[in-house]
Write a protein that binds this ligand. Sequence first.
Ligand code: NAI
Length: 325
Amino acid sequence: MKSPVNVAITGAAGQIGYALAFRIASGQMLGADQPVNLHLLEITPALGALQGVLMELNDCAFPTLNKIVATDDAKIAFKDCHAALLVGARPRGPGMERKDLLLANAQIFSVQGKALDEVADRNVRVLVVGNPANTNSLIAQRNAPNLNPRNFTAMVRLDHNRALAQLAEKTAVHSTRIRKTTIWGNHSSTQYPDLHHTLVDGKPALSLVEQSWYADTFIPVVQQRGAAIIKARGQSSAASAASAAIDHVRDWVNGTPEGDWVSMGVPSDGSYGIPEGVIYGYPVTCKNGDYQIVQGLDLNEFSRQRLDATHKELLEERDGVKDLI
Ligand code: NAI
């Protein structure tokens, strides 16, 4: 039997945390032969609810669940963790301005970045889900100078999966037969879901759908899917967000299939004219536990404008938290 891997989840008693913990504990992220220790972090008032989650996890008697730590102390939760899924964040309250939300979350992610820096495994892989995910990831990264900056990522995989689902429905082809779709930029409504390199059953996606459907239906539907789910369900996406987080970490660790790529928010290395350091949604392939940004894709004027617009929003977010990075 392999030795256990320590996986930290913040906001573990929240909606996404509740969906995520059980799937990770049952081996769906790291495999059925990989035992896990779950390190669950919550704020103090939610510790009671977290105990309930812990009791339910134990009651599942998952073969892959080795041990659970439940705490309100980030340094205990992140101690020696190999993967950290930073989900917990402040939701937008009544009358709260976007910039107040940004600042409230910036505080959380700077504290957590420092704690990771101090106690996490030196190769910890960090996925930030809590919004604004790209900027929160940047804050955590900048507060963890002793960790590998490449290991701080943000989740755009839910948007990627939503794009696959929309295209699968439109072309009546299963999503497993769609390759090379990209979400560029920020996990927000400025993200750019790009089908210019996408293949459906080996054929260019844009030869199968009308340009007007792509520009006027597909792109806005993917960009605004989160709001549509809130309207329908009365709560934001949770199970699909947890599923995307599992896809993100699983592919990062185990690799992407030959001939395909996935979308991850990763620190830019300057690729596609995005300045170095910005945590930006890119097409990536993963191998041997590492990711590489896909190089050499042609960008037409339509794409270039959209890559720049979402980058501009990220710069504005960064300016709003400049004292913390
Ligand atoms: P939720 O409100 O149900 O749960 C959040 C949990 O985080 C709560 O239990 C809260 O007590 C906890 N929390 C707050 N501050 C914390 C801290 N400092 N340390 C530890 N825990 C803390 O929210 P939900 O639905 O689970 O969403 C979580 C976040 O994920 C939100 O920011 C949401 O906007 C974001 N999200 C991101 C997506 C993406 O694709 N990147 C998709 C869907 C949601």
